[in-house]
Ligand binder design. Structure first.
Ligand code: FAD
Length: 504
């Protein structure tokens, strides 16, 4: 059986035509958050921490979590988007604090370093790569490289190690998380003007396995591959994470069968009884020192007007341009890569077992990014059926055109794409698959093309409007990762409270 679903693009597309009924209800509220992804939920948590409870959150979907949501079948939960959080940077105290609140960090050791709950860290074996017809440990191609490839890998990782600790004259890391903490060093920022591929060539790298590996990493975090992504972003993938919150530079990650929906679940409690789901916001404007918001209730099929003092738009800019006037000009600089996720329930994986099934399973030179095995993080030794989620990002030079083409294809087409790619490592996968759910995210994630992260469009989009409408979304960071969303939400609330103090 195959099912095809995705983010609700049909409801979203009504924002173009705006054929909504006139509002028949009105709500008055001091603070309103629009969007219940990690950015919006983190804002809810921050309001709570600041002792503010009179806020409301509107979400167009029937659930919270946005790109950190999950699905579930009778065998397992599985991610429908974000699936892991790397170990946080030691200086990111806000994040450490949150992880402590949620008992992901259980305490601190004698060196002052966090002790992570082992059951929430990836179980071994965590990663494998299908390379030269065999599975091998880790996702970096190793066995089967030429001596020159190996030398290039060593040189590359040495350079990344140097970037990881490098600081600018302002004593800030060249590459930090959240990104806004990074140094203003111009030489580093110039890396945002070229692609990662150009950087690779400029640095005299030639190895194909290294090229493929970096391409995989770029797609993993940005959707776009090495030829389209800014070199600053590409290097940030390796250098932004300081690997300093554990003693042994451990690169393991925090993950759960449902992926980062676990983290969204923790944050949801702050928006409990303050959330209206199935509410698509279609207009936001400042009028008489208030923000007037119109939303369509997709269940009751009526519109609601909300009058708020301050609003946080925790929605992406490709949506905001239809809600607030005069935002189209800079929004066209925001590029979003579509993604396809396919969750397969399989009886077997017809594996050759040269290295055992791991949490993350990557296939060298495949179209997609491989698959994660959801049940890897459960304590059950034997799984009757295995549930795996395959990831595919549509890296292309014309993302708009690609998006249009994607929606023309049917589920049979996608089924074949998924099988053909997985067959490289699992020739019998089709025979062993019982069920497949294909999930398409039309605007998946923000993709940092050159000149975007430090460009004008992003800066313009992030400016608040008349100290009334504030913005918080990962697309305003330029890269889409949990940490950025988490800080976007916190910063928006802090900015609102700060501006209110200055006003009074
Ligand atoms: C395939 C994929 C894999 C990923 N993997 C990882 C990963 O492993 N680790 C990681 O850290 N990050 C990952 N990410 C990045 C992920 O996007 C971020 O971690 C984070 O979830 C983004 O949160 P956000 O709140 O900024 O945005 P979103 O998740 O986009 O949230 C925006 C919310 O606003 C709602 N909304 C939009 N328009 C309206 C409207 N008009 N009215 C009301 N509500 C509206 C949406 O429904 C959504 O809930 C992945 C992303 C994708 C697409």
């Amino acid at each position: 059986m195959i099912r095809l679903s995705g983010t609700n693009h049909l409801l979203g597309h009504r924002l173009w035509i705006k054929d909504f009924p006139k509002p028949t209800e009105q709500i008055q509220i001091p603070y309103l958050i629009i969007g219940g992804g990690i950015s919006g939920l983190s804002a809810a948590r921050q309001f709570h921490r600041k002792g503010i409870s009179d806020f409301l959150l509107l979400e167009m979907a029937d659930h919270l979590g946005g790109n950190s949501s999950n699905g579930e079948n009778k065998h397992s939960k599985y991610p429908l988007g974000a699936h892991y959080l790397p170990l946080p940077n030691f200086e990111d105290k806000e994040l450490l604090h949150f992880l402590e609140e949620e008992k992901i960090i259980l305490g601190y050791n004698e060196k002052g370093l966090p002790v992570f709950d082992e059951l929430q860290l990836t179980f071994a074996p965590d990663e494998r790569l299908f390379y030269k017809n065999n599975w091998q440990e880790g996702v970096v191609p190793k066995e089967g490289n030429s001596a020159e490839d190996d030398r290039e890998f060593i040189r590359f990782f040495k350079e990344m190690d140097a970037f990881r600790i490098a600081k600018g004259a302002d004593q800030k890391y060249l590459f930090d998380i959240p990104i806004y903490l990074s140094s203003e060093d111009q030489n580093a920022r110039n890396l945002d003007k070229i692609t990662m591929q150009k950087w690779f060539e400029n640095n005299n790298f030639k190895s194909k396995p290294l090229f493929n590996y970096i391409d995989y990493c770029c797609k993993d975090d940005f959707g776009l591959g090495i030829e389209f992504v800014s070199a600053w972003a590409g290097i940030h993938y390796f250098a932004g994470r300081k690997q300093d919150s554990v003693a042994d530079k451990n690169e393991s990650v925090l993950t759960w069968p449902e992926g980062n929906a676990r983290l969204a679940g923790h944050l949801k409690k702050y928006a409990e009884k303050k959330t209206l789901k199935n509410h698509l916001v279609y207009e936001v404007k400042v009028e008489n020192n208030k923000v007037v918001v119109k939303a369509f209730d997709d269940v009751k099929k009526v519109s609601v007007q909300i009058i708020a003092d301050k609003v946080i738009m925790a929605t992406p800019q490709f949506v905001n341009q239809y809600l607030i006037k005069d935002r189209k000009a800079f929004t066209k600089e925001f590029h979003y890569t579509p993604w396809l996720l396919a969750t397969l329930t399989v009886n077997d994986l017809s594996d050759n077992f040269s290295f055992p099934l791991s949490w993350d399973n990557v296939i060298y030179d495949a179209k997609g990014l491989g698959y994660v095995y959801a049940q890897h993080q459960t304590l059950n030794q034997v799984q009757e059926k295995k549930v795996i989620t395959y990831y595919y990002s549509f890296s292309s030079p014309d993302l708009k055109k690609t998006r249009k083409e994607i929606y023309k294809k049917d589920k049979e087409y996608w089924k074949q794409v998924v099988f053909d790619d997985l067959k490289i490592a699992h020739p019998d996968i089709e025979e062993y698959t019982e069920e497949m759910e294909v999930f398409i995210l039309g605007h998946g994630m923000i993709s940092p093309v050159p000149d975007f992260i430090f460009g004008q469009a992003k800066e313009n989009a992030a400016k608040n409007i008349e100290n009334r409408i504030y913005f918080a979304h990962t697309d305003l960071s330029g890269i889409s990762i949990f940490e950025e969303a988490f800080h976007q939400g916190i910063n928006a609330v802090n900015q609102i409270l700060n501006d209110a103090t200055l006003d009074s």
